[in-house]
Write a protein of this length. Sequence first.
Length: 250
Amino acid sequence: MRLAVISDIHSNMDAFQAVLDDISKQSVNDIISLGDNIGYGPEPEAVIVNLKRHGISSVLGNHELALLDETYLKTFNPFARKALVINKKKLSDQAKQYILRFQPCLVRYGCRFVHGVPPDTISSYIFNHPEQQLIRIMERLKQKITFVGHTHQSAIYELDQRVLKKKILIKLTVSLAKAGRYIINTGSVGQPRDGYNEARYIIWDSVQETVAPRFVPYDYQTAVKKMKEAGIPKQYADLLEKRQLFDNNL
């Protein structure tokens, strides 16, 4: 089984198309999205249409939740809220109905998929959880591997004999220990926040027991131009252009 796991496309169709093109060459059996397919970027409708077209299942991200829940939207900072309001105007009724189907988590192929923190939290950041709390969460899960998004940063958390280790996922394939338990943070397709311009996703190989991060170049300048034309707040375009780290509250 070879599974492509994507996350945080954030309405960046240029990045998403580059990832889809790359995935088509990787002999994968399925693709799953960890949510936040919309928000920040200029092309939410195209992203949702392509999720449907390619049969990509998605969990609910906090931006989808804010689209559906006006009260939750009010908790967003003004810039993220403005970007999502722009997104909402660009989405068709059919796309909104499709988003309504998203669930807080999926369990497939013996793995768990969630946007924020397992077992099914949408809006929590994994790096805000103390180590001992993460250990307890991982020990209680029935699944050996959980895939998460939300942080826009790629990392892998390995639990082995009650010792938790965190590694940043760089451009190297990682072998998974048979006895280990894992939370794997896939990074972001449409708005990485770890200093890279490339779109990010990962491939999990259940036979080889490996995780391979993929860094996919794309025409981010075109995405930046579209963001500015759509009236998306400037800092989200700057993030794609300047390769700098941003606070996760942006």
